[in-house]
Design a protein around this ligand. Structure first.
Ligand code: SD4
Length: 325
């Protein structure tokens, strides 16, 4: 049965009927018992370019499409946009001038696929989905991922735009130190809930600018930048990938929700954990988003500045995430 909070949420969202499905296992704890929301889709994603990505995802969700199709379609918008300088085409390169991409995709039934250190393919998220659906593996990397993408019919392209190359040349003139740009955070992570009550998520990035050649961040790692479980909810990450990997960010958030924490509390717990455990990364920034199976949202970051985009039946919003200040 819908609880009072879900009833209020449905009324606030103007949702005419809140359909509920699924039976609960005996051992289910508080958050597990939150009813699954069916019929009222939503999508959230990181950063301001998430607004356009959400719109594309929404056109799939609004037509009754699956959350999995929605997140793939959504993040492809950022991948194709040359103005988004840390995702796909137009992404800033590594210290040797190569654009190398990381991406993963996951549904709420533990199906997932990922690519890492992939070059020359504009839509790594779609390659990740093919890994999930066309191979017995979860992750392909580097030349193996490229070979697979070409076999699957993806086109080999130059992803280094003139602007990104100019920025790299400028950086080379000015910098001799370890190449990590701390202010460069606009990886897209996206979570969607569809009209059937199913969840999915996607994450795609060119990673930290000026990184060492071969460096892989959190974004293609299931459990770090993304985790989704239809019984509980999903979470995704942006920010310093090393810190997210070291603290198993998205997986930690989903398990906190399973234990009864709200998405908001769980995101805060994960940020407090990062700050407690990762003391050796200067100017650390990490941002998390989460959604529960009943459609409750959470967001939190280490520092101010992290924004996320929300789209549901009522809202198209860009929101400042709460943070530790
Ligand atoms: C990474 N998490 O490769 C990514 C970087 C980023 O917004 O920009 N996140 O570590």
């Amino acid at each position: 049965m819908p609880n009072r909070r879900d009833f209020l949420r449905a009324s606030l969202l103007g949702v005419p009927a809140l359909g509920l499905v699924g039976t609960q296992p005996q051992h289910a704890r508080a958050q597990d018992r939150a009813p699954r929301r069916v019929g009222a889709p939503l999508v959230i994603s990181t950063w301001s370019h998430g607004t356009a990505a959400n719109q594309a995802a929404w056109s799939t969700l609004g037509d009754g499409g699956t959350a999995l199709d929605a997140v793939e379609r959504g993040v492809r918008v950022s991948e194709a946009d040359p103005k988004v300088s840390s995702v796909g085409y137009g992404g800033l390169p590594d210290r040797d001038g190569h654009v190398t991409l990381d991406a993963c995709i996951m549904d709420g039934q533990a199906h997932c696929g990922a690519v890492a250190f992939l070059q020359h393919i504009k839509h790594p998220i779609s390659v990740a989905r093919r890994v999930m659906e066309e191979t017995p593996h979860v992750m392909l990397v580097g030349s193996g991922a490229l070979q697979f993408a070409l076999e699957q019919g993806f086109k080999k392209e130059n992803l280094l735009t003139a602007e990104a190359e100019a920025a790299w040349r400028q950086w080379k003139l000015e910098n001799t130190s370890e190449p990590v740009r701390a202010d460069q955070h606009d990886t897209i992570g996206m979570l969607a809930l569809d009209t059937h009550g199913a969840l999915a998520g996607a994450c795609t990035t060119s990673g930290l600018a000026w990184k060492r050649h071969g460096r892989v961040g959190d974004s293609p790692i299931i459990g770090a930048a993304l985790y989704v479980d239809d019984e509980v909810g999903g979470a995704c990450a942006t920010g310093h990938g090393e810190a997210v990997i070291r603290t198993a960010g998205a997986s930690f958030i989903v398990e906190r929700m399973r234990a009864g924490r709200s998405p908001q509390q769980a995101c805060r717990d994960a940020i407090e954990r990062v700050v407690r455990l990762v003391r050796d990364i200067p100017d650390l920034q990490v941002g998390y988003l989460a959604v529960s199976r009943s459609g409750a949202l959470g967001a939190f970051s280490v520092q101010p500045g992290f924004q996320y985009a929300v789209r549901d039946g009522k809202r198209t919003e860009l929101v400042d995430a709460p943070n530790l200040g």
